[in-house]
Write a new protein. Structure first.
Length: 304
């Protein structure tokens, strides 16, 4: 075996290599007090002017403290809901009633006319409940779907759902825990293929909506029958599309535990057959799923 020669140590060459660093350190060390004072002053200036560049705080849902959000309406809001229901029952023009009621609630109504694929002229109304903690970069949607053909015969038959949408929008403007702006859209559920919400989504996604609030993160469709005592969840969309099941399950658990209301949805095989028949093609939440926005429908129904 060949002997291993140790690397020779040359003190002169090592000192020559480190001498530039040593010289630099010696030159800086003389002025260390000046450099330290300058760094402290610069940090103080940054801290002083930083709030000027700060934006409105955005609080994500997962950052909320458990129990911070209200679980439902208190007595005052229940009274307002009853008053709003009575008012809609006494009206004859549902569109005009929605507009007037939103204005009285301090909400700005927006109107949109559109034409359905089969050439039918229709319209919708929507408003925005602006959050106190969000920065308007994200939003969620509450769709209130009511059968306008029935409303033309008697507004009293659709008063619960529409009044709930108006009062919820008014309620959300007053809470401190909301982290995203909420659109409340009133559409006609009798139109085929969810034409009303499809028209609103096309306008919003293409930038032609009168008001925008960033990315749509989630949507819930409310279809409420008068005198509803339980909820049925409709989650199936077109071509097998479904929302994130965690969102649906969270809603179901929350309603059961906080409100004590019965919540049902299709069982596994019923859901499979519903998908096979493409049963969600006319639902108002299906258009959201096509845009990759988690959505489902809550149907208020009377338990027999």
């Amino acid at each position: 075996a060949l002997p291993i020669s140790p690397i020779p140590y040359n003190a002169h060459s090592w000192g020559a290599m480190s001498s530039p660093v040593a010289v630099l350190v010696k030159r800086i060390a003389v002025h260390h007090q000046l450099i330290t004072s300058a760094a402290f002053l610069a940090g103080l200036i940054v801290v002083a002017i930083f709030p000027s560049f700060d934006r409105r705080t955005e609080v994500e849902e997962h950052a909320l403290i458990p129990g911070y959000a209200d679980s439902g309406f208190d007595g005052k809001w229940q009274g307002r809901l009853k008053t709003c229901i009575s008012r809609f029952e006494a009206e004859s023009d549902i569109e005009a009633a929605i507009t007037v009621t939103l204005k009285e609630a301090g909400l700005k109504p927006y109107h949109m006319n559109f034409t359905t694929p089969d050439g039918q002229q229709s319209s919708l109304t929507y408003t925005l409940a602006q959050s106190r903690r969000g920065d308007s970069r994200e939003s969620v949607v509450l769709v209130v779907a009511s059968n306008r053909s029935i409303a033309q015969q008697s507004t009293a038959k659709v008063s619960w759902g529409i009044a709930t949408g108006v009062v919820v929008a008014q309620f959300l403007r007053t809470v401190h825990w909301l982290s995203k702006d909420v659109f409340v859209v009133f559409v006609d559920s009798s139109l085929a293929y969810g034409a009303g919400i499809r028209a609103w989504l096309r306008a919003y996604m293409s930038g032609h909506s009168e008001v925008r609030r960033g990315t749509l993160r989630q949507a819930v469709v409310l279809q409420m029958k008068n005198g509803a005592t339980s909820f049925s969840l409709d989650v199936e969309g077109i071509n097998g599309m479904v929302p994130n099941q965690d969102i649906v399950n969270s809603y179901k658990v929350s309603v059961r535990e906080n409100l004590g209301i019965r919540v049902n949805h299709r069982d596994t095989w019923e859901s499979v057959f519903h998908h096979i028949q493409n049963g969600g093609v006319h639902s108002s939440h299906a258009p959201f799923l096509e845009f990759q926005v988690p959505a489902f429908t809550v149907r208020g129904q009377r338990t027999k």
